[in-house]
Ligand binder design. Structure first.
Ligand SMILES: *Cc1c(COP(=O)(O)O)cnc(C)c1O
Length: 356
């Protein structure tokens, strides 16, 4: 840290991204990326000419993609906002609605960035503990009179809430924005998209990083009331109007054109997930019911950290979180069928070693 940094950032605890080691080839089950490549349409969407066109700025209104998303989700273009990954949208939402002592509520165990943004913008943050089984009790979010942020399905647990539960939260906080982060919704949970027509305080955040296999392209979008989308645009046009680059826009548009391909991959991943859960339970693991592309699991014979370390020695990366309530667990991204067989075989060997 230099002596120039504003004092208010001195103690800021950053978000820790999942490791991306370069030392050898790992089976990467630690950052919830897709095991499958984007569609051929996406791969072919970027031509040499488009690379030459990088001398030009991108469209700050992202019109080609906004139009396609509006059609795909049955809303108007004025209900869609596009951004450089969905983290960018969450950042803007905290900046817009929770800064300087304003209240925000989120779960004690959820996406780590919420806490970081709350700290960055000096929100008055309330963390609401998950129940013992890691479920969310929606009644604890009703009538809070502050901004609410919920990942649905939640991360790193994978548990989800139904639309009627979300609706009770949105309805009972009419004077505050309720942010529903649907990063994993395409893997089997129910989206609260239908509520958009009924409530003007619901902000749905989505990403192309997981279900559409474009984590490296950095593309996220929001669906919300026209007024909330205007707020996000106000901040974007006051910070970085070209926050979606030309190549990403092309790739994103091609992804929507080939959405059947991605839906099919989501089904495949969900089926690999359910099969892997059954196998893990046969090995004696406890798993949290997941509707996401990851599994949150623990075993009584080995600590979460030891299993993480031993898998890493064997070339398999999973995500371990050290916070006390979840330190027994690991979050395992659902990879391809082959990757999961290797993971299960290796895990079985580690457990046999741990018993001796
Ligand atoms: C991965 C993830 C995001 C961020 O996605 P990007 O669009 O890649 O920035 C947001 N929310 C949750 C819960 C996530 O797991």
């Amino acid at each position: 840290m230099s002596r120039f940094l504003d004092e208010k950032y001195h103690c800021l605890e950053c978000y820790t991204p999942g490791e991306q080691p370069q030392d050898k080839k790992y089976i990467k089950l630690n950052t919830n990326e897709s095991p499958y490549p984007p569609s051929n349409e996406v791969i072919n969407s970027i031509k040499e000419k488009d690379i030459a066109d990088l001398r030009l700025y991108s469209d700050p209104e992202c019109r080609i993609l906004r139009k396609k998303l509006a059609e795909r989700y049955g809303v108007s273009e004025s209900n869609i906002y596009l951004s450089n990954g969905s983290d960018d949208i969450l950042n803007f939402a905290f900046m817009a609605y929770c800064a300087d002592g304003k209240g925000v509520a989120f779960a004690d165990i959820t996406y780590g960035f919420y806490r970081v943004y709350a700290e960055l913008y000096r929100s008055d943050a309330q963390t609401i503990p998950l129940e013992d089984d890691f479920s969310i009790d929606p009644s604890k979010y009703c009538g809070l009179n502050k901004t609410v942020v919920i990942a649905n399905p939640n991360a790193p647990t994978g548990r989800c809430l139904g639309v009627s539960d979300i609706e009770s939260i949105v309805r009972s906080n009419p004077d505050n924005v309720v942010v529903i982060d649907e990063a994993y919704v395409d893997f089997g949970a129910e989206s609260c998209l239908p509520l958009i027509k009924k409530y003007d305080n619901l902000l749905i955040v989505r990403t192309f990083s997981k279900s559409r296999a474009l984590a490296g392209a950095r593309l996220g979008f929001a669906i919300s009331s026209e007024a909330i989308i205007e707020d996000l645009n106000k901040i974007k046009f006051s910070t970085n109007p070209y926050n979606v680059n030309r190549l990403t826009l092309l790739a994103g548009a091609a992804a929507i054109d080939s959405d059947d391909y991605f839906s099919e991959n989501c089904r495949r991943i969900a089926s690999t997930r359910d099969k892997t859960v059954r196998e893990l339970e046969l090995l004696g693991f406890y798993t949290v019911p997941s509707k996401a592309n990851f599994i949150f699991a623990k075993h009584s014979d080995i600590s979460g950290h030891d299993l993480y370390m031993k898998l890493k020695e064997q070339g398999i990366l999973v995500r371990h979180f050290s916070s006390p309530r979840i330190s027994d667990f690991n979050r395992i991204t659902v990879g391809s069928e082959d990757e999961m067989s290797i993971f299960l075989k290796t895990t079985k060997e580690i457990l046999e070693g741990a018993k001796k």
